[in-house]
Design a protein around this ligand. Structure first.
Ligand SMILES: [Zn+2]
Length: 281
């Protein structure tokens, strides 16, 4: 399917929205057009063509089966008019910082708060896609071992319980830290790191990593990839351990918070184990 275009597939403005969806019949028309862009096709017999009944359902011209365009959608079996639902969708999609049940109730002049709340709940369940809250802007990404220090086990022997964890942190220059995402990684390979990055970071973001080869190829996934090399930092006289200060701060906080992870592993340990892993591969 082609990319949805404003003004063609969805309204460009609130004025256009109001013009498109004045009545419940307008809303039904639109839903039918979305579902059957080439005209109504009977889901029972596959026949193309039919008519709309007084209750809004469609009747097949061949088998006379009746179909509701709202069946299986969030608009199914609702007492709330479609125009109200559509307005709720519009507000939900256009309010930058989200919308509360209270403000929805006010805007739509819905009598009851529970109704507004239930509508919002339904909208959230279908409209908030998993990738919607991915990090954006400038994001530092790194991976480190976290967790699993057990009493009696010290040093390398505790490694068995540790998990390699990907960390992505939004940064605002020069020192601010925004949202962060962490995820368990199978290993430090590109096959593990790339899905972590695409799941955590919005395409188009500037992604800063170290020079590890597992991050190669992020450019091809739609990111502006900036690699920081430890050798270059050393040559500049900078601390190579401070290449990605935001992720390191988040990592050390996570290690402090998680039970049984009091000791902070040095970054070099993580790096050398990763390197040896790649050497054997
Ligand atoms: Zn039919």
């Amino acid at each position: 399917m082609e990319q949805p275009r404003a003004g063609v597939h969805y309204p460009r403005s609130t004025g256009e929205f109001q013009a498109w969806f004045r009545t419940d019949a307008d809303c039904l028309d639109y839903l039918e057009w979305l579902r059957w862009p080439g005209g109504f096709t009977c889901p029972d017999c596959g026949h193309a063509g039919g008519w709309r009944l007084g209750d809004g359902r469609l009747e097949c011209a061949a088998c006379h089966g009746r179909t509701s365009v709202t069946a299986g959608t969030i608009f199914d079996r609702t007492r709330t008019p479609l125009t109200v639902w559509f307005t709720a969708c519009w507000l939900f999609a256009t309010q930058k910082d989200g919308i509360s049940a209270q403000s929805l109730q006010r805007s739509l002049e819905i009598g009851s708060y529970p109704t507004a709340w239930a509508m919002l709940h339904r909208l959230r369940s279908v409209l908030v896609r998993p990738g919607r809250d991915r990090l954006s802007g400038t994001v530092q990404v790194d991976e480190t071992y976290i967790g699993g220090d057990e009493p009696g086990l010290r040093g390398g022997r505790a490694r068995g319980k540790k998990v390699l964890t990907g960390i992505a942190v939004e940064v605002s220059e020069p020192k601010g830290i925004g949202r962060c995402r962490m995820g368990v990684l199978a290993d430090g390979s590109a096959e593990s790191l790339h899905p972590f990055v695409t799941g955590a970071v919005e395409p188009g973001a500037r992604v800063i990593t170290d020079a590890w080869q597992g991050y190669c190829g992020l450019d091809g996934l739609g990111y502006v990839h900036e690699r920081r090399s430890q050798a270059a930092a050393r040559a500049r006289g900078d601390d190579p351990g401070e290449l990605l200060p935001a992720v390191h701060r988040v990592a050390s906080l996570a290690k402090r918070w998680l039970p049984g992870t009091g000791s902070t592993r040095s970054r070099n340990r993580c790096r050398s184990s990763r390197s040896s892993g790649s050497a054997t591969a």
